[in-house]
Ligand binder design. Structure first.
Ligand SMILES: Nc1ncnc2c1ncn2[C@@H]1O[C@H](COP(=O)(O)OP(=O)(O)OP(=O)(O)O)[C@@H](O)[C@H]1O
Length: 320
């Protein structure tokens, strides 16, 4: 389907998943991902990420609502959709007695038009490991093998479930660069991650799931823009909070004082920082431990989880 001339490769409409015992893990969510976009699904433990991704991968049918991958139903039309997608699960589950080369060849036999084994291994930095048994690989190397296998069929759509869990900082950067290069080559990527820094750095757009619902969605900048920025500093010797300029006139929406440390929250970062620095300059004081920062995705994430839980308990209290 096309919207504004851009092809939506993944389309999710009013999607619900209710498990056998009646538990609703996915409660009517909707989003779409354009060709060549990296889209991240974030959420606390149990938010419904895996339950959603399994429906996108066609591993189960939705209870209600619709998923379209490349315009088709990934469950009912699995034979048509599966060859055009690559899936990296949380646990690859490949036989650990096989070597890396044997595993790659075995998997390539199930994929039409597979990349050469060496190319797939080189993409993920496993060149030279073809003769090593899977059980001898480190945790990070196993993750990279899982990724190589997902890439074997040159997929148009790539599903990555926590692709960098267990990787060291360098391995994580390498994977990010590879995912970006794939995106630049036109691959559409949907990933789940617990690393907010990963989503902030990698995702073109993201959705934060909470208790089966989308609590926020947009570009990382849009999602963080809804959160206040922070300024913190140490009160100079001999000064008290009341000596600061009136905080509301600086555009400060909230503050805390812990000992000599002052923490300010503001949605007008430039105005608040300028007002504070002009005051310090005029008073001839140094603001030690000065820290001025825009909201991070982590703050947005924690803020959303807190807000939704607070609203839920307020409703429960009203009902009780
Ligand atoms: N087969 C099942 N039967 C019943 N409930 C299930 C089943 N699978 C998952 N759930 C429940 O659905 C909810 C969402 O689980 P899901 O695995 O989708 O979350 P997640 O966001 O992927 O979590 P995590 O980050 O911990 O992997 C959880 O409360 C989980 O206990």
């Amino acid at each position: 389907m096309e919207t504004n001339g851009q092809e939506h490769v993944i389309e999710v409409t009013d999607l619900r998943r209710v498990y056998g015992g009646g538990f609703e893990a996915v409660c009517g969510i909707g989003f779409s991902v354009r060709r060549g976009e990296i889209f991240a699904l974030l959420g606390t433990n149990g938010a419904g990420k895996t339950s959603t991704v399994e429906l996108l991968e066609g591993l189960a049918p939705p209870t209600s609502g619709q998923v379209r991958i490349l315009g088709r139903d990934p469950y009912a039309e699995r034979a048509a959709v599966r060859p055009r997608t690559g899936v990296m699960l949380q646990e690859g589950g490949f036989p650990s007695e096989l070597t890396v080369g044997e595993t790659t060849r075995m998997w390539a036999g199930c994929v039409s038009g597979a990349r050469p084994e060496q190319e797939a291994l080189a993409l993920v930095g496993l060149t030279g490991k073809a003769g090593v048994r899977v059980k001898q690989l480190s945790g990070g190397e196993r993750r990279r093998l899982d990724l190589a296998l997902a890439l074997l069929g040159n997929p148009e759509v790539l599903f990555l479930d926590e692709p960098t869990t267990g990787l060291d900082a360098e391995g994580r950067r390498d994977t990010w660069n590879l995912v970006r290069a794939l995106r630049d080559g036109g691959t559409t990527v949907l990933l789940t991650t617990h690393y907010l820094e990963e989503a902030e750095s990698l995702a073109d757009r993201l959705a934060i799931l909470h208790e089966g619902r989308i609590a926020a969605t947009g570009t990382p900048a849009e999602v963080t823009a809804a959160q206040p920025s922070r300024i913190s500093f140490e009160l100079p010797e001999g000064y008290f909070p009341g000596d600061l300029p009136p905080l509301d006139r600086l555009g400060v929406s909230g503050h805390e004082v812990e000992g000599r440390l002052v923490k300010l929250r503001t949605r007008e970062l430039q105005r608040a920082a300028t007002g504070l620095l002009v005051w310090a300059e005029r008073a001839g004081v140094e603001l030690r431990r000065l820290d001025v920062r825009s909201a991070s995705l982590e703050e947005a994430f924690l803020g959303i989880a807190r807000d939704v839980s607070e609203k839920a308990s307020a409703v429960e209290e009203r009902v009780a």
